[in-house]
Design a protein around this ligand. Structure first.
Ligand SMILES: [Zn+2]
Length: 509
């Protein structure tokens, strides 16, 4: 509403602006379609669907400019041209099929408003209860598809009538304090939701796509991030060694893995372990995902020109003991991390390579001097998230012997005696056989012999061989061990690590 006053000043034909009949500038159909940035067929369709109000003058369509602007802003409840009954029916049916209780629709001025508010609220709380990490709202030609990402995999939740897309996304934008009128640029917003006594931080991103705006909502559970290193699924020996590396007063520790591999949780859990009023901790993040007590957190905004490297230079003057850089992706940031690590600071950061030894090679490929990497790097922890076998429907099974033989050779584990488990599929796990996730880890500790190899610089394979010799458990071995304990399945280990034992087994013959 706030911008309405300014817009109505665009009257040119009427001399007396306060004339009661004055509704402002009138446009013909071509200019109206132009203003809304849509093709004429789309415009006619909206007109036929009564989304746009116009009037006929001399057999020609005419439109008040301010009506069209209000439509663009979608600010009036009357602009919610949706079939509330159809939307309620779609939501109710989809939830009923999953055995969920009926919704109590909230009170609002109109049935349309109540339906939109109730639908968005329900989709968010259902997602939280389903332990979803993200909600995706995507437009297709004839529907708006809602999906939840649960345990790393997308699940279709419901298909809604296409005409609700605009009001639903607008509602998310309103809750996220975003600009409702802006539909041609991506936007980011934040919604805090309280559900059953817990606070959830929801990051909303809207993206303009061909069939209209899509929205993705990431659900961050503030209480799940600081779960502690002991609850991440690290083996006892890896955790002890990792904690001792974290307590080293200077040097660089890197957590690595592709996006969505749980690196952020590990970094935060590490900081939480070290967090004490006796230490000054600063973080440089893009964006700041979770708030930590006693920690100076800085949000790096690439668009605003505050880059990680520049931010780091500033913070080193704040005399930190521990620096956490959310993401190491360029040479400048890497140099900043190394120089901080070499001047008596503990530096934690995350990278993208798939395994620990590859991080060393990647740093050198970025342009860092091998002797600097060798002198500053203390450890690299590679990780992946894997789905856990559902506790409600687990059963013994025998994986294919071909795959096992190869895995046995590769991991040096006595696989033949293990009792493998899998989920049959039940309601608890939505018939996937999996519920919840755990992590697998590979910790490369940089000892004197590895330092020598890095300085040379040796190849990734040589570093890996030396590390395994010194006792490093690879991601594969850690995964297979977890499968042998019945925590996950061999198939899940191979899926997550993109491991194809059959082809390899043929090579061996
Ligand atoms: Zn189950």
């Amino acid at each position: 509403m706030r911008r309405k006053k300014a817009k109505t000043s665009s009257k040119k034909t009427v001399a007396h602006a306060d004339a009661p009949e004055d509704r402002g500038e009138v446009l013909d159909l071509a200019s109206a379609a132009d203003l809304l940035k849509v093709s004429k067929p789309t415009f006619y369709r909206w007109l036929a669907q009564d989304k746009i109000k116009g009037f006929k003058a001399g057999g020609q369509w005419r439109f008040y400019k301010r009506d069209l602007e209000a439509f663009l802003r979608a600010e009036e409840p009357s602009a919610l041209h949706i079939d509330a009954d159809a939307l309620r029916a779609a939501v109710t049916k989809a939830r009923k099929s999953k055995g969920l209780k009926p919704i109590e629709w909230p009170e609002a001025e109109t049935a349309e408003e109540s339906t939109v508010i109730g639908t968005v609220h329900t989709l968010i709380t259902d997602a939280i209860e389903a332990r979803a990490s993200d909600i995706h709202f995507d437009n297709n030609v004839d529907e708006m598809l809602v999906r939840y990402r649960i345990d790393g995999v997308l699940n279709e939740v419901m298909s809604l009538p296409r005409d609700v897309a605009l009001p639903l996304v607008s509602r998310l934008k309103l809750m996220g304090d975003m600009d409702i009128a802006e539909r041609r640029l991506p936007q980011n917003g934040r919604i805090i939701v309280e559900h059953q006594g817990r606070e959830y931080d929801i990051r909303v991103t809207t993206v303009p796509a061909v069939y209209g705006e899509s929205a993705i909502s990431r659900i961050l559970d503030q209480s799940s991030i600081l779960i502690g290193l002991d609850k991440l699924g690290m083996s006892e020996s890896t955790r002890k060694r990792f904690e001792s590396v974290l307590h080293d007063p200077n040097g660089l520790v890197i957590v690595t893995g592709p996006a969505g591999s749980g690196r952020t949780t590990t970094l935060y859990s590490s900081l939480n372990l070290l967090n004490s009023p006796k230490l000054k901790i600063v973080t440089v993040e893009d964006p700041v995902e979770y708030r930590l007590r006693n920690v100076m957190q800085v949000h790096v905004n690439r668009k605003a020109g505050l880059r990680a490297a520049a931010a780091m230079r500033t913070f080193m003057r704040a005399d930190p003991d521990i620096v956490m850089v959310g993401d190491l992706r360029d040479l400048e940031t890497a140099e900043g991390c190394i120089s901080a690590a070499m001047t008596g600071h503990r530096v934690l950061t995350a990278m993208l390579p798939l395994d620990a030894p590859s991080v060393v090679t990647r740093l050198i490929d970025m342009g860092l001097e091998p002797f600097l990497v060798s002198a500053s790097l203390n450890a690299v922890l590679a990780q992946r998230l894997m789905r856990r076998v559902c506790p409600k429907c687990r059963e013994r099974y025998d994986p294919s012997p071909d795959g096992l033989r190869r895995l046995q050779a590769e991991t040096d584990l006595d696989i033949t005696q293990a009792e493998f488990q899998r989920g049959k599929g039940c309601r608890e796990c939505r018939h996937t056989g999996y519920r919840g996730r755990t992590s697998v880890f590979e910790l490369l500790e940089v000892d004197d012999s590895i330092r020598e190899l890095i300085a040379r610089p040796a190849s990734t394979a040589e570093i890996q061989a030396a590390a395994i010799e010194a006792g490093m458990t690879t991601l594969l071995k850690d995964g297979v061990e977890k499968a042998m304990q019945g925590i996950t399945t061999i198939e899940e280990v191979m899926r997550v690590l993109s491991y194809h034992p059959k082809e390899d087994a043929d090579d061996q013959k």
